[in-house]
Design a protein around this ligand. Structure first.
Ligand SMILES: NC(=O)c1ccc[n+]([C@@H]2O[C@H](COP(=O)([O-])OP(=O)(O)OC[C@H]3O[C@@H](n4cnc5c(N)ncnc54)[C@H](OP(=O)(O)O)[C@@H]3O)[C@@H](O)[C@H]2O)c1
Length: 258
């Protein structure tokens, strides 16, 4: 059994996932970077980790498909030798922003299956592996981190399916936190605000203006590094008596303020 703890980060190739991978590797984790289609971005993330003295590996898997999720966990156990942390980060925005009254079932299915069904069942399978390792005393404890969004509670009427998927991630966190506490696994939700990534590149000008006008009390874009730091606090075991906790990484957007 390797002595180095292992973290599996879905969608670790770009954006927030990349920030999380780099931060966890700097913390001493051996990081399995999952990606779907952009192998160049995944390789770039791994190179950055290795250049800083860290270690990791890549695994292509489209988490939308059950068989890919199974292969991803098999790859992790066969090649990394253990699993201490799962970060459910991979997610998609709706292909187009349509009014709620025009949303079609196809985009509902694509977003809900990728953003909610996939992490739910990946977590279910990963938790069984973690439970086995903890019972065998091959790992001391494990953590699961779910990346939701301020969209879990803030209504965007032109991407309702995305909001519903993120609200679902919140309840998924509560459910797994309640079920897995007795197994030695803590579960956390990280709720990012507006973060500078490819996902938000198309709405850059809109949020530049909103942020300037006070959208969040901390008037700047969030970065993948901001989210990576929150995951590191969990990875360090600094929140041992907290589970099901929501960590807002949103510049204070969630505050009701004047
Ligand atoms: N950016 C924001 O402002 C913001 C705010 C709140 C929450 N979030 C959430 O944070 C997470 C990451 O967002 P981001 O902004 O970093 O997105 P991004 O820049 O679009 O990156 C998405 C990542 O997810 C991967 N991915 C997408 N679909 C996948 C699939 N079916 N299987 C495996 N990997 C898949 C991508 O892999 P490839 O590189 O192979 O395509 C990529 O690594 C998402 O859950 C998003 O909803 C983002």
């Amino acid at each position: 059994m390797p002595t180095q703890p292992v973290a599996l980060v879905t969608g670790g190739s770009r954006g927030i996932g990349r920030g999380i991978c780099i931060a966890l590797a700097a913390e001493g984790y051996n990081v399995l970077i999952n990606y779907n289609s952009n192998i160049a971005a995944a390789e770039d993330t791994l190179r950055t980790i290795e250049a800083a003295g860290g270690s990791g590996d890549l695994c292509q898997a489209d988490i939308y498909h059950a068989e890919h999720r199974e292969l991803l966990l098999d790859y992790c156990m066969e090649n990394m030798g253990r699993l201490d942390m799962l970060v459910n980060n991979a997610g998609i925005a709706p292909p187009t922003r349509d009014d709620l009254l025009d949303m079609d079932e196809q985009s509902w299915d694509a977003v809900l299956d990728t953003n909610l069904k996939a992490p739910f069942f990946l977590t279910q399978a990963a938790a069984k592996i973690m439970i086995r390792q903890i019972r065998d005393k091959t790992i001391p404890r494990a953590d699961i981190v779910n990346i939701s969004s301020i969209s879990a509670y803030a209504a965007s009427v032109n991407r309702g399916q995305y909001c519903i998927s993120k609200a679902g991630i919140s309840m998924m966190t509560t459910l797994y936190a309640a079920r897995l506490a007795e197994e030695g696994i803590n579960v956390y939700e990280i709720r990012p605000g507006v973060i500078e990534t490819d996902m938000t590149a198309g709405v850059r000008a809109k949020y530049d203006k909103l942020i300037r006008e006070g959208f969040s009390p901390i008037r700047r874009w969030g970065t993948p590094e901001d989210v990576g730091k929150a995951v590191v606090a969990i990875a360090r075991g600094l929140l041992p008596f907290s589970t099901g906790e929501i960590i807002n990484v949103d510049g204070g957007y969630h505050l009701r303020h004047f």
